[in-house]
Design a protein around this ligand. Sequence first.
Ligand SMILES: [Fe+2]
Ligand SMILES: [Fe+2]
Length: 151
Amino acid sequence: MNETPESRGDREHGEIHAAMAEIEAILDHWAAEPVPTRDADGLSEKISALRARLRRHFRFEEQEGILARREGLEPEDRRFVEELLLQHRTLEERLSKTTEEVGGADGLRARIPTIVVREMRGLFRDIRRHEAQEELLQRRAHWRRSSGIRE
Ligand SMILES: [Fe+2]
Ligand SMILES: [Fe+2]
């Protein structure tokens, strides 16, 4: 496949958004119940898959994608890159914690505590914000290139 790092980043953002929307749809579907069970519609499995997908996506961005390059950036963009790299660490930690809480020791039939559902929704909101910030960074780089301000 002839993908540039940019188009791969965009494609993966789309896949991550779709995976999160699918999980949220399950949570919404079960909202009438007190809380969904861990195996409701394969919830545990979908969350684990999202975690693996995000881990791969973050490593790709750090090694070849939008966050790989630090030299020659405007100071403002460099600070932005540093901030987004830091967000990778904290988002991954939060997702690991949430995945463990959902997977919990009480078995798949156990209900997910409301607080965990709330944490997950908050985490997804922050992941969306993170990806939107990366897209902004990408647009800024385009603009600088096309306006000849910077390579
Ligand atoms: Fe990222
Ligand atoms: Fe990203």
